[in-house]
Every structure is written in C-alpha cells, then in structure tokens.
Ligand binder design. Sequence first.
Ligand code: FES
Ligand code: FES
Length: 231
Amino acid sequence: MAEYVSPDARIFDADFDWEAAAAQDAKPINPIAELARARVSRRDFIKSAIASGAAVSAAGYVFGAAGTAQAQSASAGGRLVSLKVNGQTRRVDVMSQETLAFTLRYKLGLTGTKLGCDRAECGACTVLLDGMPTYSCSMLTLTVRNKAITTIEGVKGKDGGLHPVQKAFVKELSPQCGFCTPGQVMSAVALLKHNPKPTRDEARHAMSGNLCRCGAYENYLDGVMRAAREA
Ligand code: FES
Ligand code: FES
C-alpha cells in the first residue's frame, strides 16, 4: 500500500513547477470572478438551458449563454473526456487549463468539493485520486483521466449511510461553519485507510494540509481519533 503523504507535503515534495504556477498566478482562473464578469443571471442560464434542450455545458454558463467569442474559443479548445468519479464514468467537455475543482463543481454539479483559496493553500477542495488526498484546485482535469476520483459525495459507510469519520465529526461537534469540513473528511478518510490506528501526532500531521478559518483543529482531531477508535 502506498505510503500516506498529506496533500501539502506532496506539493512541496513533488517536482513542483514554480514557473508554471507563477505564470498561472499572473492569470488566475477564478470561476466566481468569471461568473461575475460574464454577468449571467441564474434565470438567464436556466432559460437558455431549457430553450436549447441540450446537455448543459458550463462553458456556456461561465462565458455567457448566448455564445460569445470566448465561449466559442473555449469550446474549440475543449476535449470530451471520460472521468471515473465516485465509481461512475462521467463524460465531460474539458478545457486544457481547467482544474479538477472547476470540473467537479461547475460541470458535474458536485458542489460538495469547496473552493477556498483556489491556489493550493487551504485544503477545502481536497478529493481523493486513487485514494490519495489531493488539492483539486491545483490539478488539471486532463491529467487525472486514468485515476479514480472520489469526492465527498462518494464517501459513505458500509451500510450506505455516513462514513465513520463523518459520524465521529458529528459526535465531536468538529465543524463550526462547516466550509472546510468536506476537505477535512477527505483527508481523514485517506489517513485512516492507510493508517487505521494513527497516533494523535500522526493524525495532526496528516490533517495539516486542511486549514480551518474557525480554528476547530482540535475538534477535528478529536473526530479523527474517535473514528480510529470506533472503526
Ligand atoms: S481551494 Fe484548493 S487548496 Fe484551497
Ligand atoms: S469549520 Fe469553519 S472553516 Fe473550518
């Protein structure tokens, strides 16, 4: 079984291309800002989708339902790919610069994956790729076509209900506002799969890639340790 490495450690251990990252920083891809720039209301979007009767492409949502030059160039650069998400094969049109977080949230409707910093700092967007926790905001979708992607929507217990980690988080009142919770769950699930009985320090290290603005770190750690005890 592969050794567990937390997502932030993986970024710093890997041959991270800082020049490419800096170039991307110069032109940040911020889906919320793109939506605001496009000035497309939800009503316009729904009208357009109903009128076309076609499968909804997020490129239309982001760049304008009427089909602007941007949308045409985006779709020209898009590629229809198959992704393995939560045990299902999902076909989706993907642009070359598109991040996995964007695809999951805005094209596949899996909004349980949150976007916090959108730059590999907070862990809100953590998903599992072949069981390893990964920041989906910093992973190009086209690079994960052969990997099994698990999002918070695909996490469940053996009985189909809540996963032991989720139950433990509830019992320990771990979430405060809850925004970071999906990412915390994904990291904890990955940790316990690779190391079912971690020490508190090991758990703290494994969860260190998930920031919590509410400061509920000890509550989340209590949840991880409870899940390890009760699993
Ligand atoms: S949104 Fe991906 S690490 Fe913050
Ligand atoms: S519970 Fe609010 S950010 Fe973590």
